[in-house]
Write a protein of this length. Structure first.
Length: 206
């Protein structure tokens, strides 16, 4: 893969990743309520979710989503319901103060799983990769090595992007030590997740 093509792909990927979506909203919500202690777990979950979504799209699932209205609708509703479920959980959870102890291994695994599922179940992302990736493929060269390079690049950038958002949200949280304020931040994030779930349910294939 030529360096110029790779650089163009990396820049286009960064522009795409900076656009807020369900994944970034989840990352920010967790960081605002639990701090940078969960940043690594959320970033790892995002990386694995994007890896799965991109792999499935390149394997043909994206084309199936574009072609099948029923399959797209099913995946869309599953993703929307999961976002609403996470919003309800976040609303009911207790926000942690900045000097709280680190989360348990079980809690970190749960956060990792939530980030993974939200990222991997986004049907728009899977379908988008089908249209996005081929624009940077050189058909005069072996295809598989190019796909490996692009997928690795996107996954690393996605994880770094999630980590940056998490750390930025934690900086805001570190300046807020009033439990009542953290509680309302918690509920605002929960409301946004529920709203994002409702918005996901209205997505069309176009």
């Amino acid at each position: 893969m030529e360096l110029a093509t790779w650089f163009a792909f990396a820049v286009a990927s960064l522009v795409l990743l900076f656009i807020p979506g369900p994944t970034i909203l989840l990352v920010v919500s967790y960081a605002l309520t639990q701090g940078k202690r969960v940043a690594v777990a959320t970033a790892a979950g995002v990386a694995l979710g994007d890896f799965v979504a991109m792999t499935l799209s390149l394997a043909g699932l994206g084309a199936l989503l574009v072609a099948s209205a029923t399959f797209f609708t099913v995946l869309k509703w599953v993703g929307a319901a999961y976002l609403v479920y996470l919003g309800i959980r976040l609303w009911r959870s207790r926000p942690e103060l900045p000097d709280a102890a680190a989360p348990s291994g079980r809690a970190a695994r749960g956060i990792f799983g939530h980030a993974f599922v939200v990222t991997a179940l986004n049907p728009k992302s899977i379908a988008f990769f089908v249209a996005f990736v081929p624009q940077f493929i050189d058909h005069g060269a072996p295809i598989l090595p190019q796909l490996v390079v692009m997928e690795a690049t996107f996954v690393v950038l996605a994880a770094a992007n999630a980590l940056v958002f998490a750390l930025a949200a934690d900086q805001l949280r570190s300046r807020i030590r009033r439990p009542a304020v953290l509680k309302w931040l918690n509920r605002a994030g929960a409301g946004c997740l529920v709203g994002m779930g409702a918005a996901t349910a209205t997505l069309g294939r176009s």
